[in-house]
Design a protein around this ligand. Sequence first.
Ligand SMILES: Nc1nc2c(ncn2[C@@H]2O[C@H](COP(=O)(O)OP(=O)(O)O)[C@@H](O)[C@H]2O)c(=O)[nH]1
Ligand SMILES: [Mg+2]
Length: 282
Amino acid sequence: MSEWDYAATGYGGLGMPESVEVDPSILTEPSPKILLMGSRRSGKSSIYRVLFSKMSPHETLFLDSTNALEISRIANNKLITFQIWDFPGDFDPRGEFQYGDAVVGPATAYEGTTAVVICVDAQDELEGSHLQRIVDTAAVASEVNPNVQLHIFIHKVDGDLFPSEDEKLETKTNLHSLISDHLEENNIHIPFTYSLTSIYDNSISECFSKVVQKLIPTYHVLENLLNTLNSNCNLEKSFIFDVMSKLYLATDSSPVDLQTHELCSDMIDVVIDISGNVFLQP
Ligand SMILES: Nc1nc2c(ncn2[C@@H]2O[C@H](COP(=O)(O)OP(=O)(O)O)[C@@H](O)[C@H]2O)c(=O)[nH]1
Ligand SMILES: [Mg+2]
């Protein structure tokens, strides 16, 4: 299999088995990690499966809950090479946990190039215990690794509860101040990014792209190259996409609007469909 082939191990690519195989050798690999944390049913596994195993959003309704840590390798190309750690909801961020026969502690989880994505269910009340878990995660992650990147996904901003952008922005403002006040009270001064996400639209792909971009050491070089490309070729906007996951790895320095991103994403599907048909012709 070439480095450009889809290779999310544990799934063996585009299949949808029930669980991801345990492979303790993954713990010693130096690749960057994205840790998916957050309360039970907040949507962590759905995000992973929609983005990386091509599960349709509606199929996630039938996902079993995750009982133990699941780690998958994503290795689509040289820039998109990382591990995704999908945690069970009741995980204690300060404690040790079992991965196969290995016991993994915070030092292993948060060390190296690591992004922590904490999912918060926007359709549910944020309970005190969940708020405390966010604070504990931030505290222990930054103790172990001051360079850890922390992201809050205010997730499930779709359906009847969010008929317009106004409701989404109001929820974001409320949760942002609730979480940052709580961090402040606990003397934790670490920057978080806050994003509004849903698996039912392009927002999850857009926001996850930004998480991945921060793990790419050459991101600013790519950004500058795209700026030069735009001015030399008179382009309005340019992206570098990973075709398999449809995440964008880089874009020029002008702001991204969701519609342009969505259009590019749809065009990738068209190109894949057409090229599939062309190459399948005898
Ligand atoms: N409305 C809505 N439901 C979602 C979204 N993401 C996940 N879900 C649902 O949330 C439930 C729990 O998802 P799951 O991924 O198992 O949560 P986990 O326990 O955090 O891994 C499932 O029924 C999903 O269909 C979303 O963006 N919007
Ligand atoms: Mg899960």
